[in-house]
Design a protein around this ligand. Structure first.
Ligand code: GLU
Length: 305
C-alpha cells in the first residue's frame, strides 16, 4: 500500500492542505504503507521551488514523514515531461487526441454558461489538410476525445460518484499550446509510475476523478483507490485558499507548537473529541476512515481571528 502527498508549490501551505496531508499520512501509516512526496510544479508561472522547500520543512515540523520523493529531482513534475510525452504519444497513436486551435477566450465565448470546456470543440472535426494549414500558423493545444459514457466509482469516503464524461466534462485539454502538460494527464501518469495505490485529496478534485479513471483505462494503467476529504471553510463559508495568510503555515507556526496544531486537525477530522495536543505518531492507532466527516468543515472562529 502506498499513499502520496502531491502539493503544488504555488504558495505557503494552509490549514486545509495540512488537513488532507494528515489524513493521507494517517491512512497510509495506519495500513503499514509507505508515502511518496511528489512536487506538482507543472505551472512554471505559479510554482516556485522556494515554496516546495518550505512545505517539506513544514511537513517535517509536523512529523509527517515520507519514504520517497521530496528533494529527489525526479519527483518534481517539471522534470518528468518525458513520461507525459510518452503517455501523450500512446493516446495519440490510439486516435484519442486532436489538436485544438481555439483560444481560451474563444471557447469561453462559445459556451459561457456551461463550463470552460464545451463537449464539442469544432476542432475535433478538422480534416488532415485543415489541420496542416492551421499548424503552419499557430501552435495548437491538444485535447483527448472522451467517450459518451458514464464513469462511476466508489470513493472511500464520499461513496458512489458518477459522471457522464461527454456532457459533464467534454473533450478536455492534456497539453497546452505553450507546451505545459495538463494536471489530469500528469497526475495519472505519475501516480501509476510511482506505484501509488491510494489517493487522499480534497473533495474539490472529486469531479476530476472520472476523467482520470478514464485516462488510466485508456493508458492501460492500474488505478488507485480514492478518498476525497472535506474542505475547510472560513467562518463566512469561503474555502480556505493559499491567499488566506491568516491560516497559512507561517502564521500557524508562530501561534502553535506542532502537537497543538495536530490536536486541532485531529479534532476537525473526528479522531478525538477535543483539540488536546497530540503527536502524529500517537494518532496512527486512532485513525479510522469511519470517524472522518464527509462534508466540508467550518474552521472555528477562534482559529481565524
Ligand atoms: N497538486 C494538486 C493540488 O495541490 C493536488 C493534486 C492531487 O492530489 O491529485 O491541488
Amino acid at each position: 500500500m502506498k499513499g502520496r502527498f502531491a502539493p503544488s508549490p504555488s504558495g505557503r501551505m494552509h490549514l486545509g492542505n495540512l488537513f488532507s496531508f494528515l489524513l493521507a499520512w494517517l491512512s497510509a501509516r495506519h495500513a503499514g504503507g509507505s508515502l511518496v512526496l511528489r512536487i506538482e510544479d507543472l505551472d512554471p508561472v505559479r510554482c516556485q521551488p522556494a515554496y516546495a522547500w518550505q512545505l517539506m520543512e513544514d511537513l517535517e515540523w509536523l512529523g509527517l514523514t515520507w519514504d520517497e520523493g521530496g528533494e529527489t529531482p525526479s519527483s518534481w513534475q517539471s522534470n518528468r515531461g518525458h513520461l507525459y510525452a510518452a503517455a501523450f504519444d500512446k493516446l495519440r497513436l490510439a486516435g484519442l487526441t486532436y489538436p485544438c486551435f481555439c483560444s481560451r477566450i474563444q471557447r469561453l465565448n462559445e459556451a459561457p454558461h456551461i463550463h470552460e470546456i464545451s463537449p464539442s470543440c469544432p476542432c475535433a472535426a478538422l480534416t488532415e489538410e485543415e489541420i496542416a494549414g492551421k499548424m503552419a500558423e499557430k501552435v495548437p493545444s491538444f485535447r483527448v476525445k472522451v467517450p459518451h459514457e458514464t464513469i462511476s466509482f466508489v470513493d472511500g469516503l464520499q461513496g458512489e460518484y458518477a459522471q457522464d464524461l461527454w456532457t459533464e466534462c467534454g473533450d478536455f485539454p492534456i497539453k497546452r499550446a505553450d507546451g505545459a502538460w495538463a494536471y489530469q494527464l500528469a497526475v495519472v501518469v505519475d501516480d501509476a509510475a510511482m506505484g501509488v495505490t491510494e489517493v487522499v485529496r480534497g473533495r474539490d478534485l472529486l469531479s476530476s476523478t472520472p476523467r482520470q479513471l478514464w485516462l488510466y483505462r485508456a493508458l492501460g494503467l492500474p488505478a488507485p483507490a480514492f478518498y476525497h476529504v472535506p474542505l475547510l471553510l472560513a467562518p463566512d463559508g469561503r474555502r480556505l485558499a493559499k491567499r488566506d495568510a491568516d491560516l497559512d503555515m507561517g502564521a500557524l507556526r508562530r501561534r502553535y507548537a506542532p502537537e497543538e496544531l495536530l490536536g486541532i486537525l485531529a479534532c476537525l477530522a473526528g479522531l478525538q473529541v477535543d483539540a488536546a495536543p497530540v503527536s502524529a505518531q500517537a494518532l496512527i492507532p486512532r485513525f479510522d476512515w469511519k470517524k472522518v466527516p464527509k462534508n466540508d468543515i467550518f474552521v472555528p472562529k477562534n482559529l481565524v481571528s
